[in-house]
Design a protein around this ligand. Structure first.
Ligand code: PGA
Length: 245
């Protein structure tokens, strides 16, 4: 069995379909724990969710938002953090209460025990009902870089150079941290439902490797195929150009 693959015409359709799944999840369980990604891919989904919340179609004020990843050692007031990006793009305009946002404990004295506590907080919130993920050009999901094991947990890890280069556009000249804390692949695989959103020609090759090559730590996103029943890949046509080869 393979994950469900839904091919949609374009970015807008991908964004709306991903938002549909978030809305369905929250309408059946308004206090659910959900993980949502950062990056350019989810922006349209966030815009759709904000619109639908303002229209009264979904209540975004009760769910628990668990962040997927964050740069090690950055403080919440740093505008370059992933969490502050998420605040500006989604949390604030959507009116999500700050106390419902769980960010990675990247300034803890003991990051490893703080990471274990983060996992415990997910369990106490009832486990992830939904994890929406983007995919990096090198196959990372959250910040599980090539080499990440299928059973990896929330932890500190070294960023791949490709990820550092990709993140530089968000850093406005400041240097990008070389380490991050990220939910593990194993943590993500425990979510009840996983949605991978993929858009654009630049993701064609990594999507092909993710879905068609043998599963491997070289492409951490390929581990999602270990839980095919849970996983839906929503990809636009531009991203799927190499799938038949
Ligand atoms: P992108 O990033 O949405 O900006 O392509 C995805 C990722 O690195 O996870």
């Amino acid at each position: 069995m393979e994950p469900t693959l839904i091919v949609v015409p374009d970015y807008t359709a991908m964004s709306e379909m991903a938002a549909d799944i978030v809305v369905e999840t929250l309408n059946s369980d308004p206090t659910a724990a959900i993980s949502l990604p950062t990056g350019s891919t989810p922006v349209g989904m966030f815009e759709s969710l904000i619109r639908r919340s303002r229209a009264g179609d979904v209540d975004l004020t009760r769910f628990q938002l668990f962040c997927l990843d964050e740069y090690l050692g950055v403080t919440p007031d740093d505008p370059n953090t992933l969490t502050s990006w998420l605040h500006r793009t989604f949390i604030h305009p959507a009116g999500i209460p700050a106390e419902h946002v769980h960010s990675l404990p990247v300034t803890a004295d003991n990051p490893s025990s703080a990471a274990t506590d983060y996992e415990q907080a997910i369990v106490e919130a009832g486990g992830l009902k939904l994890a929406v993920l983007g995919i990096g050009g090198n196959g990372h999901v959250a910040y599980n870089e090539p080499g990440a094991a299928a059973d990896s947990r929330t932890r500190v890890l070294d960023l791949a150079q490709e990820s550092i280069d990709q993140a530089a556009v968000y850093f406005d000249g400041a240097s990008v941290p070389r380490q991050a804390m990220s939910m593990g692949v194993g943590t993500l695989l425990e979510a009840e439902k996983i949605v991978l959103i993929v858009s654009g020609e630049s993701k064609q090759e990594i999507l092909r490797k993710t879905l068609r090559d043998p599963m491997s730590a070289d492409v951490p996103a390929s581990w999602l195929r270990l839980q095919p029943k849970k996983v839906t890949v929503i990809a636009d046509e531009a991203a799927t150009g190499l799938l038949s080869t």
